[in-house]
Design a binder for this molecule. Structure first.
Ligand code: ADP
Ligand code: MG
Ligand code: MG
Length: 868
């Protein structure tokens, strides 16, 4: 039989899968000689076995646990069973991936009615009963699902009845409260077990089960953590932060998790235990003040936190407790942080020599980059905005939305397409589903390490905590703030970087590319093999793409040049033309418009390559369908409405996506494509005369047959050469290639390569055509497909490697048989998807092309594809 239990002396940090992160790190810290209260870890395998079959928790497992307890007893010189020298333990969950607050912990386990008396003699009455009350409350909550608050109510009732605080109770009064607590168990038809071992078994099972609670599941889905890993259970001897004024407990990040500064960031509470710090019950003190209050413990903390950072080579999130002046470390893990801090810390660690440049590149995920270029409020609009409150800037970002007060409402409203801001006194793990869908989270209580703050930073959601001026009433659905009363559905704006709240909506803008991002992306470019181009055609998008570091344009569509009132009229004239003269008139007009467009576009992109795709959509998309519009078009063209209507009807197609579009238009209406290339090269020539040599790459869409390409390429070349002649200049450089977006094109890629200068895979159409999924209709069933696990992902977002990917791979290898060095790119949506980029790297693609705002993330992803 495999080993079910590991002591902290036996494990190491490599054993995360088996011991969970918390257990593995407790073992690692023990190994490093840090002051860790000793204990043992019951493995994640036990958890999964137990969840599969409750009978797994049998006499044998119990005997193992008992053995582990006995050896802990001898190690600590205390006893878990007897009333002397009492050993108490905590039972702590801990999975391989940290899931803060998602599963459960029970403290002070081992107390009962008798032992609490003995414990009181050993320590003092108040303290002992404080521990016992906490045990009953946590045990009731975790094991039997009795809400924590119900216990608090009983305590507060007694306090007001006796008109004193629990800390001033005498023993009999303490015992009374305990009786009330135990009665609450009985009301729920359960009893609190008096036997410490039974407490331990029940607590262990409950922690195992907490792996499958709703909030943990949602958290795993959100962070792509597999559901089959299970949680370990750590049983650890207790140290007491609640044993007086020389004791306390705290949470510290070794660097600032919001902005990344290399400075301790954390809080502690004197005379407190466990969750007191994060629960926002009392306001914690900043970690710096520990230096004056408990200098020895503080100095030790500095020593150990440095040691841990050096050891793990990353920012640590450390939980500690001081018992009568002595420091204990209870947990360490790589700290969660904002996107901004992720970048800063990675660069700083590299500069400090703790990690290499390459490691720094691997430390930052492409999603982080996405967040860094996310919007902030337009500063000009901000001047006139009315700030009505401010709290702690817990997680940066800017968001506008309508306020809601519950997680349920948040979900309900977002389902209706509204953007919501969740406003609460404080959040708890039950709120996770509502937090996920919110644009921003605002709490009136809690600090920078509160639940809301930690969870929001992890998700990259804008968050303001501890906004004390707000008085939030979740039942009446109102929030008061000075003279303002806001109700559910009112619009506010939240700035997570400053902590300010504003009335109404404020427009957002995307921030400037900052220095540290440039630095990281420069390193990334040095490692990358795949190039990153952009899909862009408007001047603004082209400029953004260049600013974000695109090496060229992978797809400039030309449809937009045919729309706009004046242009579409000429396009319609062309489509409906009765004679040659009308055709020429319309073409000339269009040529004029497009020449100006191409001139500006090429000038923006300068000498970088730009793939220009010739007209792709079906003709009828340019025609009006509504009777009034048809009538007015007929007037403009000086024609009879019924004639126009009939012509339009004839152009209708049953299946336009598979219809008369792409190169098929080029073949039936060569004049359009000829006009387009004439416009492109007239502009190129004009720019050449101004001293700028541009690199247009003409792309023919929807090719499925070699002869289609041959025919079109032939007349395009003729037109282009004629244009050069006309201007009496030496031919300029250009290329003519094709878009590969039909399965047949992949299969005959070797033939197509004979006459194509380059290929670019249009993965959107290729996916559509390979699956036979209409990309406009997939939304109707993809979610059901995902729920029923028929498909894991939307193939329009993440490349389907085994189907569409195989076709691309085949086409690449066939093309390279014909032309070894042919330039091959990807210009579909998946070109910017980090997961898909790894695959493109493997199969020898030259560049990926994505929308401008995805370029920074793609630059990082292409580097990681080489390094990872
Ligand atoms: P989480 O994973 O939610 O942080 P933990 O298992 O870390 O839960 O427990 C929460 C808190 O309980 C710890 O931060 C610590 O303050 C307290 N705690 C846990 N075990 C012990 C112990 N053995 N002695 C004292 N306090 C403990
Ligand atoms: Mg913890
Ligand atoms: Mg297409």
């Amino acid at each position: 039989m495999e080993k079910l239990i590991y002591t902290f002396h036996e494990g190491r940090s490599e054993n995360k899968d088996l011991l969970g992160g918390k257990g593995a790190n407790l073992a690692e810290m023990t190994h490093l000689g840090l002051p860790v209260p000793q204990g043992f870890t019951i493995t994640t395998e036990c958890c999964m076995n137990y969840l599969a079959d409750a009978a797994f928790f049998d006499e044998q497992l119990k005997a193992e646990v008992l053995k582990a307890i006995q050896s802990l007893e001898s190690e600590t010189g205390k006893s878990f069973i007897s009333d002397e020298n009492i050993l108490l333990v905590s039972v702590r969950s801990g999975a391989a991936f940290s899931m803060p607050g998602m599963m459960d912990t029970i403290l002070n386990l081992g107390l009962n009615d008798l032992r609490v008396q003995a414990f009181a003699k050993l320590t003092n009455v108040n303290f002992a009963f404080d521990c016992y009350r906490r045990l009953l409350q946590m045990f009731g909550d975790v094991v039997y699902g009795i809400h924590k608050e119900q216990f608090n109510v009983l305590l507060h009732q007694t306090e007001s009845r006796l008109n004193k605080k629990a800390a001033d109770f005498n023993e009999a009064e303490h015992v009374d409260v305990i009786e009330l607590y135990k009665n609450l168990f009985l009301k729920n038809k359960v009893a609190f077990p008096q036997d410490p071992m039974e407490q331990l078994f029940e607590a262990t099972k409950a922690v195992f089960k907490s792996w499958n609670n709703q909030r943990a599941k949602v958290y795993r889905d959100l962070h792509h953590i597999p559901h089959h890993l299970g949680t370990a259970v750590n049983v650890q001897s207790m140290v007491f932060g609640n044993s007086g004024e020389e004791s306390g407990t705290g949470v510290v990040f070794t660097r600032n998790p919001s902005i990344g500064d290399n400075k301790l960031f954390g809080e502690f509470l004197i005379n407190a235990q466990g969750e007191d710090v994060v629960a926002g019950i009392r306001t914690p003190e900043p970690i710096e003040s520990l230096q004056t209050i408990l200098p020895e413990a503080y100095n030790d903390f500095i020593k150990y936190s440095n040691k841990l950072e050096q050891h793990y080579k990353d920012m640590q999130d450390i939980e500690f407790t001081v018992e009568n002046g002595k420091l204990y470390i209870l947990q360490t893990r790589n700290g969660k942080r904002t996107a901004k801090a992720t970048l800063k810390i990675a660069l700083d660690l590299a500069a400090e020599g703790l990690i290499s440049k390459k490691e720094a590149i691997m430390r930052v995920s492409p999603e982080v980059i996405d967040q860094l270029i996310h919007p902030v409020f337009d500063t000009e609009k901000l001047i006139t905005a009315e700030a009505f409150a401010a709290g702690l800037p817990a997680s940066p970002g800017a968001a506008t939305g309508v306020i809601v007060f519950t997680a349920e409402k948040a979900k309900e409203y977002t389902a209706l397409g509204k953007k919501v801001i969740l406003v609460r006194q404080e959040t708890s793990p039950e709120d996770i589903e509502g937090m996920v869908v919110s644009e921003a989270i605002v709490t009136s209580r809690g600090g920078m390490t509160s639940h809301a703050a930690v969870v929001a930073r992890g998700m990259g959601t804008c968050c303001v905590t501890g906004c004390e001026a707000l008085s939030v009433n979740e039942t009446s659905k109102t929030v008061l703030c000075g003279s303002h009363t806001l109700t559910e559905g009112d619009t506010i704006s939240v700035d997570g970087s400053t902590g300010s709240l504003y009335l109404g909506e404020i427009p957002t803008i995307v921030p400037e590319n900052d220095q540290s991002l440039q630095q990281l992306l420069t390193w990334a470019d040095e490692c990358a093999e795949l190039k990153v181009r952009a899909n862009a055609e408007t001047l603004q998008d082209l400029q953004t793409a260049i600013d974000f570091g695109a090496t060229g344009i992978g797809l400039a569509r030309t449809e937009h040049m045919f729309f706009g009132e004046e242009r579409v009229l000429e396009m319609r004239r062309l489509i409906l033309a009765k004679d040659e003269q009308e055709v020429q008139f319309a073409l000339n007009k269009l040529l004029g418009f497009q020449q100006e467009d191409f001139y500006q576009m090429l000038k923006t992109v300068q000498d970088k390559p730009m793939v220009i795709r010739l007209l792709d959509p079906p003709m009828h998309e340019f025609l009006p369908h509504d009777t009034n519009e048809i009538k007015s078009l007929a007037e403009q063209l000086n024609r009879h409405p019924s004639g126009v209507e009939k012509q339009i009807e004839q152009l209708q197609e049953t299946n336009p996506m598979l219809g008369h579009r792409g190169c098929r238009l080029g073949i039936t209406e060569p004049l359009i494509y000829q006009m387009q290339v004439k416009a492109i090269f007239n502009s190129a020539i004009q720019l050449a005369e101004e001293g700028l040599t541009v690199c247009p790459e003409i792309m023919v869409p929807l090719i499925s047959e070699k002869e289609e390409l041959d025919y079109i390429k032939n007349f395009l070349t003729e037109t282009i050469e004629a244009t050069f002649k006309e201007h009496q200049i030496e031919p300029l450089p250009y290329e003519i290639g094709t878009m590969i977006e039909l399965p047949r094109a992949c299969i005959i890629a070797d033939q197509l390569a004979e006459n194509a200068d380059f290929f670019s895979f249009g993965t959107n159409d290729l996916t559509q055509m390979t699956f036979g999924f209409s990309r406009d209709d997939i939304g109707k069933f993809i979610n059901v497909y995902k729920e029923k696990q028929i498909m894991q992902q939307d193939p329009f977002q993440v490349l389907d490697q085994s189907g569409v990917g195989e076709l691309i791979k085949l086409a690449v290898s066939k093309a390279r048989q014909t032309k070894e060095n042919m330039m091959i790119g990807i210009c579909g949506e998946v070109g910017g998807n980090p997961e898909s980029i790894g695959f493109f790297q493997q199969i020898g693609i030259d560049y990926v092309s994505c929308s401008p705002y995805r370029i920074p993330a793609a630059r990082l992803a292409v580097a990681q594809a080489v390094l990872g």
